[in-house]
Design a protein around this ligand. Structure first.
Ligand code: ZN
Length: 489
């Protein structure tokens, strides 16, 4: 018990230390890069850039439309050339880089080893008619002069841009090698995942200022304007209600205050079907211990990038840590499920010395005791702790296996050690010889397609174990089956 308290105190100390140390960081004012829209495009709530009709995984929704000539802020970058932008009316969401008008002053990016990244005398493949005028081997500043489109094989379009370098050299380059916007590289805001019960989350946030919400969960992934309200998308928050896990969380905001919160997409949350899973959901446990792999973050700075455990150690080591934590909880699960066996075994042994309880009754009490202790722990672990909640079926099968293992051990123990004479019931069973009842051996020959073959043998033997009560002389017997070897199925 003392150790347990020490663990809790150190956890509390650790979390308050993290909270205090992050308070001292001043949030700097960020100046976002600006750009203009080149072509009309829909704006999406996630970087999937398609609605959930096509991509159920992201619950992406259209938050608005961007029109040519509109000024935009570039807020975030992510994925392959995708940007999170904000329109003048406040709409926020993701678009593809191709819809952003290129900046006059930009950079050549170097990806790959293709000679196409070099500046050449004219458009087309490098060869006799296209001479390299300047090699580009690092990020190079250039000015865009003009852009032309060339129709390639099978109707594909290749865009070429004439550029001038800072030392005055002019030439042509594939437009794909130029940044769309001048990269004072926009932020990559990695977000920590959060999970809550849908009802309790609404209860704690409805009526609160959205600025506080941003402070805790960071800037949303998208904002849509609708009927004087905003709908703000937080894809890093998962909400639970019974057997449903909601994702693509939407926060409805009016006059800076939160009106309601719901989820855009839904998945089945298997543990939610089981009794007590909602009652045992503890938000603190889920968000600070359960998702331990993303717990180390700077909570109070919305501009700070989320740190994953893997940011602090090589990838292989973070896998090792993950496996160790998995095994630790598994060991606790094993221990917890064994616990009622040991306690009840001792207790029932003592109680049954008065000889009033029969073997069947003792077994029933033992099973009920195991369920009472083991079930809440199993639910608690599976609801909150990664990776148990992600691997619901494995965890559940393992726990079930543990239970049946315990039950059969008990039954065996009672059969062999407790006298079943109606007047005795003492734990005084002793060995009184064994009779071989016969057995058989099955041989199996397996031929494989490559011509090789294999012979398997399985021997099954039956025994009758005789037992004798050393107190009253009562005799009884138990049939035991022994299986040696294994057949291929
Ligand atoms: Zn007896």
């Amino acid at each position: 018990m003392k150790k347990f308290f020490r663990l809790i105190t150190s956890l509390l100390f650790l979390s308050s230390f993290l909270a205090l140390s992050s308070c001292s960081n001043q949030v700097e004012t960020v100046v976002y890069p600006t750009a203009k829209i080149a072509k009309e495009t829909k704006v999406y709530s996630t970087l999937a850039l398609q609605t959930s009709e096509y991509n159920k995984k992201y619950n992406s929704e259209i938050v608005g439309t961007a029109y040519p000539g509109q000024n935009i802020l570039i807020l975030e970058t992510g994925g392959w050339e995708k940007y999170k932008i904000q329109l003048p009316d406040g709409t926020m969401g993701w678009i593809d880089a191709q819809y952003i008008a290129p900046e006059k002053h930009t950079f050549i990016k170097i990806n790959g080893t293709s000679t196409n990244r070099h500046i050449a005398s004219n458009i087309g493949a490098v060869g006799a008619n296209r001479k390299i005028v300047k090699e580009v081997n690092e990020k190079t500043a250039v000015t865009r002069l003009e852009e032309v489109s060339q129709e390639g094989a099978r109707g594909s379009i290749i865009d070429w841009t004439r550029v001038r370098t800072e030392d005055g050299i002019e030439g042509w380059i594939m437009s794909d090698y130029l940044y769309r916007i001048v990269q004072d590289t926009p932020r990559i805001v990695a977000r920590k995942d959060w999970q809550y019960g849908l009802k309790s989350f609404n209860k704690s946030w409805v009526g609160e200022p959205i600025s506080d919400f941003w402070q805790k969960y960071k800037e949303p992934s998208g904002i849509a304007l609708k009927d004087g309200k905003t709908i703000q998308y937080f894809n890093n928050i998962y909400l639970f209600e019974g057997p449903v896990k909601y994702f693509g969380t939407r926060v409805y905001v009016k006059d800076g205050l939160i009106e309601s919160i719901d989820g855009g997409g839904r998945k089945t949350n298997w543990i939610g079907y089981l009794p007590l899973s909602s009652a045992l959901r503890i938000d603190f446990l889920a968000n600070y211990i359960g998702n331990w792999q993303t717990t180390i973050i700077d909570e109070d700075n919305p501009e700070a990038e989320t740190k994953q455990l893997s940011d602090y150690m090589p990838e292989w080591l973070s896998y090792v840590v993950m496996v160790l934590i998995f095994l630790t909880f598994l060991a606790i699960l094993y221990f917890i499920l064994k616990l009622p066996y040991y306690i009840l075994n001792r207790f029932l042994f003592k109680v049954s010395l008065d000889r009033k309880l029969y073997n069947g009754r003792i077994l029933t009490y033992a099973i009920i005791g195991t369920l009472l202790v083991g079930y809440p722990y199993y639910v608690l672990v599976t609801v909150h702790i990664y990776p148990f909640n992600d691997f619901f079926w494995i965890t559940s099968l393992f726990s079930l296996g543990m239970l049946f293992g315990n039950f059969s051990k008990w039954r065996n123990d009672l059969d062999y050690n407790r006298c079943n004479a109606s007047t005795c019931h003492r734990w005084t069973g002793t060995d009184n010889g064994t009779e071989f009842l016969g057995g058989n051996t099955v041989t199996q020959r397996v031929r494989f397609s490559d011509g090789s073959s294999e012979t398997n043998r399985q021997t099954t033997r039956k025994y009758r174990d005789y037992r004798l009560c050393s107190a009253c002389g009562h005799e009884w017997s138990i049939v035991r089956t022994e299986v040696i070897g294994k057949l291929r199925v």
